[in-house]
Design a protein around this ligand. Structure first.
Ligand code: GLY
Length: 452
Protein backbone atom coordinates (compact mmCIF):
# COMPACT_ATOMS: atom_id res chain seq x y z
CA UNK A 1 0.00 0.00 0.00
CA UNK A 2 1.44 3.38 -0.90
CA UNK A 3 1.33 6.31 1.50
CA UNK A 4 -0.18 9.47 -0.04
CA UNK A 5 0.21 12.83 1.74
CA UNK A 6 -2.85 15.10 1.73
CA UNK A 7 -2.70 17.49 -1.21
CA UNK A 8 -2.42 20.66 0.92
CA UNK A 9 0.58 19.18 2.72
CA UNK A 10 2.20 18.39 -0.63
CA UNK A 11 1.65 21.97 -1.87
CA UNK A 12 3.08 23.42 1.37
CA UNK A 13 6.09 21.15 1.12
CA UNK A 14 6.83 22.09 -2.49
CA UNK A 15 6.45 25.81 -1.73
CA UNK A 16 8.73 25.59 1.31
CA UNK A 17 11.38 23.65 -0.61
CA UNK A 18 11.36 26.17 -3.44
CA UNK A 19 11.57 29.12 -1.06
CA UNK A 20 14.55 27.52 0.64
CA UNK A 21 16.38 26.94 -2.62
CA UNK A 22 15.48 29.78 -4.93
CA UNK A 23 16.80 32.92 -3.18
CA UNK A 24 20.30 31.51 -2.97
CA UNK A 25 20.44 30.63 -6.63
CA UNK A 26 22.03 33.27 -8.85
CA UNK A 27 20.82 33.36 -12.46
CA UNK A 28 22.64 30.63 -14.33
CA UNK A 29 23.83 28.89 -11.17
CA UNK A 30 23.60 25.11 -11.25
CA UNK A 31 21.02 23.15 -9.38
CA UNK A 32 17.72 23.21 -11.28
CA UNK A 33 15.71 20.02 -10.99
CA UNK A 34 13.64 19.65 -14.13
CA UNK A 35 10.73 17.41 -15.10
CA UNK A 36 9.61 16.79 -18.69
CA UNK A 37 6.14 15.31 -19.25
CA UNK A 38 5.62 13.05 -22.23
CA UNK A 39 7.62 10.34 -23.90
CA UNK A 40 8.26 10.91 -27.61
CA UNK A 41 10.85 12.56 -29.85
CA UNK A 42 9.79 16.09 -28.84
CA UNK A 43 10.27 15.25 -25.17
CA UNK A 44 13.66 13.68 -26.00
CA UNK A 45 14.63 16.97 -27.66
CA UNK A 46 13.45 19.02 -24.65
CA UNK A 47 15.33 16.78 -22.21
CA UNK A 48 18.41 16.84 -24.48
CA UNK A 49 18.36 20.67 -24.51
CA UNK A 50 18.05 20.71 -20.71
CA UNK A 51 20.97 18.29 -20.45
CA UNK A 52 23.19 20.81 -22.26
CA UNK A 53 22.23 23.64 -19.87
CA UNK A 54 24.72 24.40 -17.10
CA UNK A 55 21.94 25.44 -14.71
CA UNK A 56 20.23 22.05 -14.79
CA UNK A 57 21.26 19.46 -12.22
CA UNK A 58 18.71 16.69 -12.76
CA UNK A 59 16.21 15.79 -15.47
CA UNK A 60 13.25 13.53 -14.81
CA UNK A 61 10.95 12.45 -17.63
CA UNK A 62 7.49 10.98 -17.03
CA UNK A 63 7.07 8.51 -18.59
CA UNK A 64 9.87 9.16 -21.13
CA UNK A 65 11.24 6.34 -23.23
CA UNK A 66 14.20 4.05 -22.66
CA UNK A 67 16.37 5.95 -25.15
CA UNK A 68 16.42 8.95 -22.82
CA UNK A 69 17.76 6.98 -19.89
CA UNK A 70 21.37 7.76 -20.81
CA UNK A 71 20.92 11.37 -19.63
CA UNK A 72 17.60 11.51 -17.79
CA UNK A 73 15.80 9.59 -15.07
CA UNK A 74 12.65 7.86 -16.25
CA UNK A 75 9.79 8.23 -13.81
CA UNK A 76 7.22 5.49 -14.09
CA UNK A 77 4.17 7.71 -13.55
CA UNK A 78 1.42 8.31 -16.09
CA UNK A 79 1.90 12.06 -16.71
CA UNK A 80 -1.82 12.72 -16.27
CA UNK A 81 -1.94 11.15 -12.80
CA UNK A 82 -1.94 14.44 -10.89
CA UNK A 83 -1.73 13.14 -7.28
CA UNK A 84 1.28 10.95 -8.10
CA UNK A 85 2.86 13.75 -10.10
CA UNK A 86 2.49 16.10 -7.14
CA UNK A 87 4.04 13.52 -4.80
CA UNK A 88 6.95 13.15 -7.20
CA UNK A 89 7.42 16.93 -7.50
CA UNK A 90 7.65 17.15 -3.71
CA UNK A 91 9.88 14.09 -3.27
CA UNK A 92 12.28 14.96 -6.10
CA UNK A 93 12.22 18.71 -5.29
CA UNK A 94 11.30 19.65 -8.85
CA UNK A 95 11.69 23.36 -9.77
CA UNK A 96 10.58 23.36 -13.38
CA UNK A 97 8.21 21.21 -15.44
CA UNK A 98 7.73 21.32 -19.21
CA UNK A 99 4.57 19.83 -20.68
CA UNK A 100 5.14 18.03 -24.00
CA UNK A 101 1.98 16.62 -25.65
CA UNK A 102 -1.35 18.25 -26.47
CA UNK A 103 -3.48 15.73 -24.56
CA UNK A 104 -1.75 16.70 -21.30
CA UNK A 105 -2.49 20.38 -21.98
CA UNK A 106 -6.14 19.47 -22.62
CA UNK A 107 -6.19 17.45 -19.39
CA UNK A 108 -5.23 20.59 -17.45
CA UNK A 109 -1.76 19.47 -16.37
CA UNK A 110 -0.48 23.06 -16.76
CA UNK A 111 -3.01 24.15 -14.11
CA UNK A 112 -2.05 21.29 -11.79
CA UNK A 113 1.66 22.18 -12.02
CA UNK A 114 0.97 25.83 -11.28
CA UNK A 115 -1.21 24.86 -8.30
CA UNK A 116 1.84 23.03 -7.02
CA UNK A 117 3.70 26.38 -7.32
CA UNK A 118 6.55 25.18 -9.49
CA UNK A 119 7.63 26.89 -12.71
CA UNK A 120 5.46 25.35 -15.43
CA UNK A 121 5.97 25.67 -19.18
CA UNK A 122 2.60 24.70 -20.62
CA UNK A 123 -0.64 26.64 -20.81
CA UNK A 124 -3.70 26.30 -18.62
CA UNK A 125 -6.46 24.10 -19.99
CA UNK A 126 -8.45 27.28 -20.76
CA UNK A 127 -5.63 28.89 -22.78
CA UNK A 128 -4.69 25.55 -24.38
CA UNK A 129 -8.20 25.38 -25.82
CA UNK A 130 -6.62 27.20 -28.75
CA UNK A 131 -5.39 23.74 -29.77
CA UNK A 132 -7.91 21.34 -28.30
CA UNK A 133 -10.92 23.08 -29.87
CA UNK A 134 -10.52 23.99 -33.54
CA UNK A 135 -13.68 26.15 -33.50
CA UNK A 136 -12.37 28.07 -30.47
CA UNK A 137 -9.07 28.64 -32.31
CA UNK A 138 -10.96 30.07 -35.29
CA UNK A 139 -13.03 32.32 -33.00
CA UNK A 140 -9.82 33.64 -31.45
CA UNK A 141 -8.29 34.21 -34.89
CA UNK A 142 -11.36 36.15 -36.01
CA UNK A 143 -11.43 38.23 -32.84
CA UNK A 144 -7.69 38.87 -33.13
CA UNK A 145 -7.92 39.83 -36.80
CA UNK A 146 -5.48 37.07 -37.74
CA UNK A 147 -5.85 36.02 -41.40
CA UNK A 148 -7.13 32.47 -41.75
CA UNK A 149 -9.33 30.36 -44.06
CA UNK A 150 -13.10 30.96 -44.03
CA UNK A 151 -14.77 28.43 -41.75
CA UNK A 152 -18.00 27.16 -40.29
CA UNK A 153 -18.59 25.09 -37.19
CA UNK A 154 -21.15 22.25 -36.86
CA UNK A 155 -22.35 20.34 -33.80
CA UNK A 156 -21.87 16.95 -35.49
CA UNK A 157 -20.99 15.21 -38.75
CA UNK A 158 -24.63 15.06 -39.91
CA UNK A 159 -25.00 18.84 -39.67
CA UNK A 160 -21.65 19.28 -41.44
CA UNK A 161 -22.79 16.95 -44.26
CA UNK A 162 -25.95 19.04 -44.67
CA UNK A 163 -23.86 22.20 -44.89
CA UNK A 164 -21.96 20.60 -47.77
CA UNK A 165 -25.08 20.14 -49.87
CA UNK A 166 -24.73 22.06 -53.13
CA UNK A 167 -21.01 22.57 -52.58
CA UNK A 168 -18.62 20.48 -54.61
CA UNK A 169 -15.17 22.09 -54.35
CA UNK A 170 -12.30 21.05 -52.13
CA UNK A 171 -12.86 21.51 -48.42
CA UNK A 172 -10.92 20.90 -45.21
CA UNK A 173 -12.79 18.70 -42.73
CA UNK A 174 -11.56 18.95 -39.13
CA UNK A 175 -12.63 17.17 -35.99
CA UNK A 176 -13.17 19.98 -33.47
CA UNK A 177 -11.32 18.14 -30.70
CA UNK A 178 -7.92 16.46 -30.45
CA UNK A 179 -7.57 13.42 -32.68
CA UNK A 180 -3.95 12.24 -32.42
CA UNK A 181 -3.02 13.74 -35.79
CA UNK A 182 -5.95 12.00 -37.54
CA UNK A 183 -8.54 14.75 -37.27
CA UNK A 184 -7.81 16.81 -40.41
CA UNK A 185 -8.69 15.73 -43.96
CA UNK A 186 -8.16 17.89 -47.03
CA UNK A 187 -10.99 16.58 -49.23
CA UNK A 188 -10.76 17.16 -52.99
CA UNK A 189 -14.53 17.13 -53.45
CA UNK A 190 -17.82 16.59 -51.66
CA UNK A 191 -17.65 12.83 -51.91
CA UNK A 192 -14.24 12.73 -50.16
CA UNK A 193 -15.55 15.19 -47.58
CA UNK A 194 -18.52 12.90 -46.85
CA UNK A 195 -16.15 9.93 -46.48
CA UNK A 196 -14.10 11.99 -44.01
CA UNK A 197 -17.22 12.90 -42.05
CA UNK A 198 -18.09 9.19 -41.84
CA UNK A 199 -14.62 8.21 -40.58
CA UNK A 200 -14.27 6.82 -37.08
CA UNK A 201 -12.37 9.87 -35.82
CA UNK A 202 -14.37 12.73 -37.32
CA UNK A 203 -17.88 11.24 -37.03
CA UNK A 204 -17.68 11.29 -33.22
CA UNK A 205 -18.17 14.98 -32.40
CA UNK A 206 -18.32 18.58 -33.52
CA UNK A 207 -16.80 19.43 -36.90
CA UNK A 208 -15.18 22.49 -38.49
CA UNK A 209 -15.30 22.96 -42.28
CA UNK A 210 -12.77 25.30 -43.86
CA UNK A 211 -11.82 26.57 -47.29
CA UNK A 212 -8.66 24.99 -48.69
CA UNK A 213 -5.67 27.33 -48.87
CA UNK A 214 -2.82 26.88 -51.29
CA UNK A 215 0.77 27.86 -50.73
CA UNK A 216 3.97 26.94 -48.91
CA UNK A 217 3.73 25.97 -45.28
CA UNK A 218 5.97 26.85 -42.34
CA UNK A 219 5.97 26.12 -38.63
CA UNK A 220 6.57 29.02 -36.27
CA UNK A 221 6.92 28.32 -32.55
CA UNK A 222 7.06 31.16 -30.03
CA UNK A 223 7.61 31.51 -26.31
CA UNK A 224 4.50 33.22 -25.00
CA UNK A 225 4.17 34.73 -21.53
CA UNK A 226 0.89 36.63 -21.46
CA UNK A 227 1.32 39.31 -24.11
CA UNK A 228 5.07 38.77 -24.55
CA UNK A 229 5.75 36.75 -27.69
CA UNK A 230 9.27 35.70 -28.69
CA UNK A 231 9.82 33.77 -31.91
CA UNK A 232 11.89 30.59 -32.10
CA UNK A 233 13.62 29.61 -35.36
CA UNK A 234 11.10 28.86 -38.14
CA UNK A 235 11.01 25.32 -39.50
CA UNK A 236 9.14 23.13 -41.96
CA UNK A 237 7.78 19.67 -41.36
CA UNK A 238 6.60 16.91 -43.68
CA UNK A 239 3.28 15.44 -42.61
CA UNK A 240 2.49 12.81 -45.23
CA UNK A 241 3.89 9.30 -44.89
CA UNK A 242 5.22 8.98 -48.44
CA UNK A 243 7.71 10.76 -50.69
CA UNK A 244 6.31 13.63 -52.71
CA UNK A 245 3.72 14.33 -49.97
CA UNK A 246 1.70 11.21 -50.74
CA UNK A 247 -0.03 8.75 -48.43
CA UNK A 248 -1.76 9.29 -45.11
CA UNK A 249 -1.15 12.14 -42.70
CA UNK A 250 1.24 11.35 -39.86
CA UNK A 251 2.56 13.09 -36.76
CA UNK A 252 5.46 14.31 -38.94
CA UNK A 253 8.07 12.40 -40.95
CA UNK A 254 10.87 14.94 -40.64
CA UNK A 255 11.63 18.63 -40.36
CA UNK A 256 14.31 21.19 -41.09
CA UNK A 257 15.44 24.67 -40.22
CA UNK A 258 16.17 27.33 -41.47
CA UNK A 259 13.72 27.60 -44.36
CA UNK A 260 13.50 29.80 -47.43
CA UNK A 261 9.73 30.13 -47.13
CA UNK A 262 9.97 31.86 -43.74
CA UNK A 263 13.52 33.18 -43.29
CA UNK A 264 14.94 33.60 -39.79
CA UNK A 265 15.00 37.38 -40.02
CA UNK A 266 11.24 37.48 -40.63
CA UNK A 267 10.36 35.23 -37.68
CA UNK A 268 9.76 37.87 -35.01
CA UNK A 269 7.71 40.15 -37.29
CA UNK A 270 5.63 37.16 -38.36
CA UNK A 271 5.09 36.15 -34.73
CA UNK A 272 4.10 39.74 -33.93
CA UNK A 273 1.53 39.65 -36.74
CA UNK A 274 0.17 36.11 -36.42
CA UNK A 275 0.76 34.88 -32.87
CA UNK A 276 0.81 37.99 -30.66
CA UNK A 277 -2.77 39.08 -31.54
CA UNK A 278 -4.08 35.66 -30.44
CA UNK A 279 -2.05 35.89 -27.21
CA UNK A 280 -3.60 39.30 -26.55
CA UNK A 281 -7.12 37.93 -27.07
CA UNK A 282 -6.44 35.08 -24.62
CA UNK A 283 -5.07 37.56 -22.06
CA UNK A 284 -8.07 39.86 -22.57
CA UNK A 285 -10.45 36.94 -21.99
CA UNK A 286 -8.77 36.33 -18.63
CA UNK A 287 -6.93 33.18 -19.76
CA UNK A 288 -3.36 34.35 -20.45
CA UNK A 289 -1.13 31.87 -22.23
CA UNK A 290 2.16 30.70 -20.73
CA UNK A 291 4.20 28.22 -22.70
CA UNK A 292 5.13 27.50 -26.29
CA UNK A 293 2.52 28.50 -28.88
CA UNK A 294 3.06 27.06 -32.34
CA UNK A 295 1.39 28.44 -35.44
CA UNK A 296 1.03 26.28 -38.55
CA UNK A 297 1.31 28.89 -41.31
CA UNK A 298 0.73 29.00 -45.04
CA UNK A 299 2.03 31.63 -47.46
CA UNK A 300 -0.80 32.19 -49.93
CA UNK A 301 -1.03 34.63 -52.84
CA UNK A 302 -2.71 37.00 -50.34
CA UNK A 303 0.09 36.66 -47.78
CA UNK A 304 0.60 34.57 -44.64
CA UNK A 305 -2.40 32.90 -43.02
CA UNK A 306 -2.74 30.73 -39.92
CA UNK A 307 -3.83 27.13 -40.48
CA UNK A 308 -3.87 26.16 -36.80
CA UNK A 309 -2.36 26.83 -33.40
CA UNK A 310 -0.76 24.15 -31.27
CA UNK A 311 -0.33 24.66 -27.54
CA UNK A 312 3.15 23.10 -27.31
CA UNK A 313 6.45 22.55 -29.09
CA UNK A 314 6.05 20.95 -32.52
CA UNK A 315 7.08 17.37 -33.08
CA UNK A 316 9.42 17.00 -35.04
CA UNK A 317 10.02 20.79 -35.11
CA UNK A 318 11.45 20.75 -31.56
CA UNK A 319 14.05 18.20 -32.66
CA UNK A 320 15.55 20.64 -35.20
CA UNK A 321 14.91 24.04 -33.60
CA UNK A 322 16.06 23.40 -30.02
CA UNK A 323 19.63 22.55 -31.13
CA UNK A 324 19.82 26.08 -32.61
CA UNK A 325 19.05 27.89 -29.34
CA UNK A 326 22.02 29.51 -27.63
CA UNK A 327 22.27 30.35 -23.95
CA UNK A 328 21.03 28.33 -21.00
CA UNK A 329 17.83 26.52 -21.95
CA UNK A 330 17.06 25.67 -18.31
CA UNK A 331 17.14 29.32 -17.23
CA UNK A 332 15.09 30.33 -20.28
CA UNK A 333 12.40 27.75 -19.49
CA UNK A 334 12.47 28.68 -15.78
CA UNK A 335 11.93 32.36 -16.63
CA UNK A 336 9.02 31.45 -18.92
CA UNK A 337 7.55 29.07 -16.36
CA UNK A 338 7.76 31.68 -13.61
CA UNK A 339 6.15 34.38 -15.75
CA UNK A 340 9.20 36.64 -16.01
CA UNK A 341 10.20 36.00 -19.64
CA UNK A 342 10.26 39.71 -20.56
CA UNK A 343 12.61 40.68 -17.72
CA UNK A 344 14.86 37.69 -18.39
CA UNK A 345 15.20 38.37 -22.12
CA UNK A 346 15.73 42.11 -21.53
CA UNK A 347 19.03 41.10 -19.92
CA UNK A 348 19.82 38.11 -22.13
CA UNK A 349 18.15 38.41 -25.55
CA UNK A 350 17.37 35.08 -27.16
CA UNK A 351 19.95 34.10 -29.78
CA UNK A 352 19.98 31.21 -32.24
CA UNK A 353 22.94 29.77 -34.08
CA UNK A 354 23.04 30.05 -37.86
CA UNK A 355 23.47 26.28 -38.15
CA UNK A 356 21.00 24.18 -40.09
CA UNK A 357 19.36 21.03 -38.69
CA UNK A 358 17.43 18.26 -40.42
CA UNK A 359 15.52 15.40 -38.81
CA UNK A 360 14.39 12.20 -40.52
CA UNK A 361 11.84 10.01 -38.73
CA UNK A 362 12.58 6.29 -38.87
CA UNK A 363 9.24 4.51 -38.62
CA UNK A 364 7.96 1.02 -37.98
CA UNK A 365 6.13 -0.89 -40.70
CA UNK A 366 2.44 0.05 -40.74
CA UNK A 367 2.86 3.59 -39.35
CA UNK A 368 0.69 5.72 -39.11
CA UNK A 369 -1.60 2.70 -38.70
CA UNK A 370 -1.07 -0.21 -36.35
CA UNK A 371 2.52 -1.26 -35.74
CA UNK A 372 4.15 -4.15 -33.94
CA UNK A 373 6.87 -3.48 -31.40
CA UNK A 374 9.87 -5.57 -30.43
CA UNK A 375 12.06 -5.38 -33.56
CA UNK A 376 15.76 -5.21 -32.68
CA UNK A 377 17.33 -1.91 -33.75
CA UNK A 378 20.79 -2.18 -35.35
CA UNK A 379 23.37 0.48 -36.06
CA UNK A 380 22.80 2.98 -33.24
CA UNK A 381 26.52 2.87 -32.38
CA UNK A 382 27.46 3.55 -35.96
CA UNK A 383 26.07 7.06 -36.54
CA UNK A 384 28.33 9.50 -38.39
CA UNK A 385 29.83 12.31 -36.32
CA UNK A 386 27.37 15.20 -36.09
CA UNK A 387 24.26 12.99 -36.35
CA UNK A 388 22.25 11.93 -33.30
CA UNK A 389 19.45 9.49 -32.64
CA UNK A 390 16.57 11.22 -30.80
CA UNK A 391 14.53 8.29 -29.52
CA UNK A 392 10.76 8.56 -29.83
CA UNK A 393 9.52 5.03 -29.10
CA UNK A 394 12.20 2.58 -28.04
CA UNK A 395 12.60 0.06 -25.25
CA UNK A 396 15.67 -1.55 -23.85
CA UNK A 397 15.99 -5.32 -24.25
CA UNK A 398 19.17 -6.40 -22.49
CA UNK A 399 22.00 -4.45 -24.09
CA UNK A 400 19.98 -3.52 -27.18
CA UNK A 401 17.08 -1.28 -28.10
CA UNK A 402 13.87 -2.56 -29.69
CA UNK A 403 11.01 -0.67 -31.36
CA UNK A 404 8.01 0.33 -29.26
CA UNK A 405 5.77 2.48 -31.45
CA UNK A 406 5.24 4.02 -34.90
CA UNK A 407 7.77 6.84 -35.07
CA UNK A 408 10.69 5.08 -33.43
CA UNK A 409 13.76 7.33 -33.81
CA UNK A 410 14.46 10.74 -35.33
CA UNK A 411 17.90 11.03 -36.86
CA UNK A 412 18.91 14.65 -36.29
CA UNK A 413 21.97 16.18 -37.93
CA UNK A 414 23.49 19.65 -38.11
CA UNK A 415 25.52 21.41 -40.78
CA UNK A 416 26.47 24.81 -42.12
CA UNK A 417 23.68 24.48 -44.68
CA UNK A 418 20.46 22.46 -44.89
CA UNK A 419 22.07 20.46 -47.71
CA UNK A 420 25.00 19.48 -45.48
CA UNK A 421 22.73 18.64 -42.51
CA UNK A 422 20.49 16.64 -44.85
CA UNK A 423 23.37 14.57 -46.25
CA UNK A 424 24.49 13.70 -42.74
CA UNK A 425 20.95 12.94 -41.49
CA UNK A 426 20.40 10.53 -44.40
CA UNK A 427 23.80 8.92 -43.87
CA UNK A 428 22.71 8.29 -40.27
CA UNK A 429 19.23 7.12 -41.29
CA UNK A 430 20.70 4.52 -43.65
CA UNK A 431 22.86 3.06 -40.87
CA UNK A 432 20.06 2.50 -38.34
CA UNK A 433 17.67 -0.27 -39.23
CA UNK A 434 15.30 -3.00 -38.15
CA UNK A 435 12.89 -5.30 -39.91
CA UNK A 436 10.26 -3.17 -41.67
CA UNK A 437 11.74 0.27 -40.86
CA UNK A 438 11.00 2.95 -43.42
CA UNK A 439 11.56 6.66 -43.86
CA UNK A 440 10.89 9.36 -46.41
CA UNK A 441 13.76 10.06 -48.74
CA UNK A 442 12.81 13.66 -49.58
CA UNK A 443 12.89 15.47 -46.23
CA UNK A 444 14.33 18.96 -46.76
CA UNK A 445 14.83 18.19 -50.46
CA UNK A 446 13.65 21.66 -51.40
CA UNK A 447 12.91 24.94 -49.70
CA UNK A 448 15.73 24.89 -47.19
CA UNK A 449 18.42 27.53 -47.03
CA UNK A 450 21.41 26.15 -48.85
CA UNK A 451 19.71 23.11 -50.38
CA UNK A 452 21.73 22.13 -53.41
N1 GLY B 1 4.57 18.88 -36.63
C1 GLY B 1 3.21 18.97 -36.35
C2 GLY B 1 2.83 19.02 -34.95
O1 GLY B 1 3.64 19.06 -34.06
O2 GLY B 1 1.63 19.03 -34.67
Amino acid sequence: MSFILPRDRVYDLIKKQRQERSPGRAPGAPGLQALVLGGGGREYAIAWALARAKSVATIDVAPGNDGMSVFARLVDIPPNDVPRLEQHIAAARIDLAIVGPDDLVAAGIGDALRRASIAAVGPSRAAGRIEWSKSFAKEVMDEAGVPTASWSSHPDAVAAAMALEGRDGPVVVKADGLAAGKGVVVARDRSEALDALASATISKGAVVLEDVLEGDEASLQALVDGEIVVALPPARDHKRAGDGDTGPNTGGMGAYTPTEVLPDDEAQDTANALIAPAARVLAKRGTPYRGVLYAGLIRTRDGWKVLEYNARFGDPEAEVTLPRLEGDFGQLMLALGEGRLGAYLAERPLRWSGRAYVSVALCAEGYPGKTEGGAVIEGLDDLPQGAWAFHAATKRAGTRFVTAGGRVIHIVAGGDTVAEARRLAYEGAARVSWKGRFYRSDIAASGGVGVA
